[in-house]
Design a protein around this ligand. Structure first.
Ligand code: MG
Length: 297
């Protein structure tokens, strides 16, 4: 099941795509079919999405293939347009990428423990939107395709073996970065948090469609040119390890977003370095999750 947030006429609401993604069934319509009231927004739905409710939703969808609004009539938004908390991120979680960016401060060759940082929730933007180049603030805007985990249940001190129970699903993120700010401030927070620096989407795939361990092709293209290409099986810290480690002494909440790091091939590590410029089209693609496309403005 692919969950989306979209605009239809004046409404911004959550829904589920049909099998060929030609139609979306609004969550509120599903609620009526289930004789219950479901939240209109996807972030609120994630908080109540028990395995039992997900089973009922799946069954109801299969019984009503005729229902839905044509996806031609909607505008896709980020599936979680306004995260309630900062977005958790991992740095250097693919070995080949760790090797290519040695000259960023605070980086060692290969991390023995996950490297965490965060992005402001206000950096989130949707698919098919512009990413601002902020020419007065940075000259070095770069892309990073990443698999994003969406947390579905509150928990702390989560054992690796239970990690999957705490996941709602997965989507694509582009961890857009101002390399000059990242270097200048030593802390990465600002260089990673400029407005529009976290494209997210197009949809959240429910975990029941992608059981762990994930081995998904992951790639990015700039103006059609392949820049990054790896597989999520190449992560140094895998998904259960990340959830278990991050949740030690720290309560993860439904709707939390965790970016799991980017593979090699960022523009900063090219010779000579290549940064994004106005008019560039970036595509972040992950097998089974789709393509997240944005244009630099
Ligand atoms: Mg990153």
């Amino acid at each position: 099941m692919k969950f989306i947030t979209y605009q239809y006429n004046a409404f911004k609401e959550g829904g589920i795509l049909n099998t060929d993604s030609t139609k979306v069934i609004p969550l509120k319509t599903l609620g009526k079919l289930l004789n219950t009231s479901l939240p209109e927004q996807l972030t609120d739905f994630i908080e109540i999405a028990s395995p039992d409710l997900i089973d009922k939703v799946k069954k109801t969808l299969s019984e009503h293939p005729e229902l839905g609004i044509s996806t031609q009539q909607i505008r896709l938004l980020a599936p979680i347009p306004q995260p309630k908390r900062n977005i958790f991120c991992l740095g250097k979680n693919y070995a080949e990428h760790a090797k290519e960016i040695k000259n960023i401060p605070t980086l060692v060759d290969l991390p023995e423990n996950p490297i965490y940082f965060s992005k402001l929730p206000t950096a989130v933007t949707g698919p098919n939107t512009v990413v601002l180049s902020h020419p007065n603030t940075t000259k070095q805007v770069d892309y990073e395709v990443e698999l994003a985990i969406i947390i579905g249940k509150a928990g702390s001190d989560i054992p690796k073996t239970d990690a999957e129970d705490y996941i709602f699903g997965y989507t694509i993120a582009n961890d857009i970065t101002a390399r000059d700010l990242q270097k200048k401030h030593a802390q990465w927070y600002k260089g990673k948090s400029l407005d529009t620096f976290c494209p997210l989407g197009p949809a959240i795939i429910h975990k029941s469609d992608l059981p762990l361990p994930l081995a998904l092709d992951i790639r990015s293209r700039v103006n059609g040119e392949l820049r990054q290409h790896s597989n999520t099986s190449q992560m140094i810290f895998d998904i259960p390890s990340i959830i278990s480690d991050l949740s030690q002494g720290l309560t993860l909440l439904p709707g939390d977003i965790i970016l799991t790091g980017t593979p090699a091939g960022v523009g900063f590590a090219m010779n000579p370095p290549q940064f994004l410029k106005r008019g560039d089209i970036i595509e972040a693609e992950i097998e089974s999750l789709g393509i997240l496309q944005n244009t630099i403005e």
